[in-house]
Ligand binder design. Structure first.
Ligand SMILES: Cc1cc2nc3c(=O)[nH]c(=O)nc-3n(C[C@H](O)[C@H](O)[C@H](O)COP(=O)(O)O)c2cc1C
Ligand SMILES: [Fe+2]
Ligand SMILES: [Fe+2]
Length: 411
């Protein structure tokens, strides 16, 4: 495909996006082995044009060249912006300048962002949400409120006549292949699930809400903002997101006890806590040594855990790096409903435990108000009993035991 070619992806709906084959790291957190694409679209009607999203600013000239092949700027009646992250909104300020008569359509949460992006208060825009629609010529676009996928302002829309879903970043892949269509590109399945894991997984419950909206529609084609256009088996991708985001139905609560240790003190504490936890019905506890756990496994275990206990010694006034690495993994997960606490052995100052508890609160975990489990050097028999009791108390809370003081979090 010639880079400047526009492609009709459905009746009178054109791809005007760009391919970024050189990008290797996206949003700091993702590796993009063969690049990505910034998908944008244009809808042609007898009464004018609707432009759907923009591209990263570095690529805007290519985007405008494509757009100009299909219309004059004064024919553009609407610009729909599903997501204001710079990979899609980079070209929006210049587009607004060029098509002065167009109305920008965004979600209500995007209104202030749009003003900040364009650096103007006098933008011709309107906010849209589920059940709102526009009709221009032969095309009707219905809007769908799909927030936090993956920014607060994200939304989706549906072209009724084409049975086409503009899903935003949802169902996207960082996968650069100019053959564009699902059936023609290479195997992008790894990129599809990798994208979900890094971008959508922290917002699982919002994914479920979006799917409820999508399932009411008859969808022949999904046009996401990155990667292949899903024209062959769109339902397959909806089902995949459904499966990824579904809560696992368990008959018990999962408690994960992570620890790090140099002289086995924190480890012995973890073992006693574990014994306490195992004595409580309805709990399945597991103990993990952070010295031998890689990041992908940390994420998997954290994702499945209802309760999390983190044991750390204090080393040079801090918690050692593997403990912080564990907490960094939480960036990729939904914290909602998870309960957490910390414990550890120390020599003289013991601040690592307090730091971890603070961090848990800032991450919006529920941190039950329990006595701090901080033990000076080698735990005595009595202190090991305290560890056992700590495990029992934590698990009872996990099982829903009411506690007098409301759990603290910085939420
Ligand atoms: C290199 C090193 C630095 C330490 N720094 C601190 C510290 O800053 N504050 C403190 O309370 N304890 C400090 N300690 C003491 C340990 O926290 C203490 O020995 C603890 O019992 C170790 O638990 P563990 O056997 O689970 O690793 C330090 C120990 C080592 C080996
Ligand atoms: Fe995004
Ligand atoms: Fe994006």
């Amino acid at each position: 495909m010639n880079n400047n070619n526009v492609v009709e992806i459905s009746d009178n709906i054109f791809f005007i996006g760009v391919f970024d084959s050189e990008i290797r790291t996206f949003d700091i957190i993702m590796k993009t082995a063969n690049g990505s694409s910034y998908n944008a679209y244009l809808i042609k009607t007898s009464e004018g044009i609707i432009v759907v999203d923009g591209v990263k600013i570095e690529f805007q000239e290519e985007y405008f060249r494509k757009l100009e092949q299909l219309c004059q700027y004064d024919e553009i009646k609407y610009v729909i912006s599903h997501h204001l992250e710079p990979d899609h909104a980079g070209s929006i300020p210049e587009l607004i300048k060029r098509c002065t008569s167009a109305k920008v359509l965004v979600s209500p949460q995007a209104a202030n962002m749009l003003k900040a992006l364009v650096k103007s208060e006098s933008i011709n825009f309107e906010t849209v949400w589920t059940n709102k629609s526009i009709t221009l010529g032969e095309k009707t676009v219905q809007f769908l409120t799909t927030p936090y996928l993956h920014w607060p302002e994200t939304m989706s829309s549906y072209v009724v006549e084409n049975k086409l879903l503009f899903s935003g970043d949802v169902f996207g892949s960082h996968y650069c292949d100019e053959r564009l269509f699902e059936e023609q590109v290479g195997d992008f399945s790894y990129a599809f699930s990798y994208y979900y894991d890094h971008i959508m997984r922290p917002f699982k419950s919002y994914v479920q809400n979006a799917i409820k909206l999508y399932e009411k529609l008859t969808i022949d084609l999904i046009a996401p903002l990155h990667g292949p256009i899903l024209n062959h088996h769109p339902q397959k991708y909806i089902q995949l997101y459904k499966k990824y985001s579904e809560p696992t139905h368990k008959s018990h609560k999962v408690l994960s006890i992570f620890y790090l240790t140099s002289y086995k003190n924190t480890r012995n504490m973890a073992q006693k806590i574990y014994e306490g936890c195992e004595s409580v019905e309805g709990i399945v506890a597991n103990v993990y040594d952070l010295a031998s756990l890689d990041e992908q496994n940390m994420i998997k275990i954290l994702d499945e855990s209802d309760g999390i206990l983190i044991g750390t010694p204090t080393i040079n006034g801090d918690a050692p790096k593997p403990v912080w690495d564990l907490l960094c993994c939480m960036m990729f997960l939904e914290k909602k409903g998870k309960i957490a606490q910390a414990f550890g052995s120390y020599g003289w100052s013991g601040e690592a435990i307090d730091m971890i508890i603070d961090r848990l609160k800032f991450l919006h975990f529920k941190v039950p108000p329990m006595n701090l489990l901080k033990i000076k050097l080698i735990p005595t028999k009595e202190e090991l009993q305290e560890c056992f009791d700590f495990g029992v108390e934590f698990c009872e809370i996990l099982n829903g035991k009411m506690i007098e003081i409301t759990m603290t979090s910085n939420n």
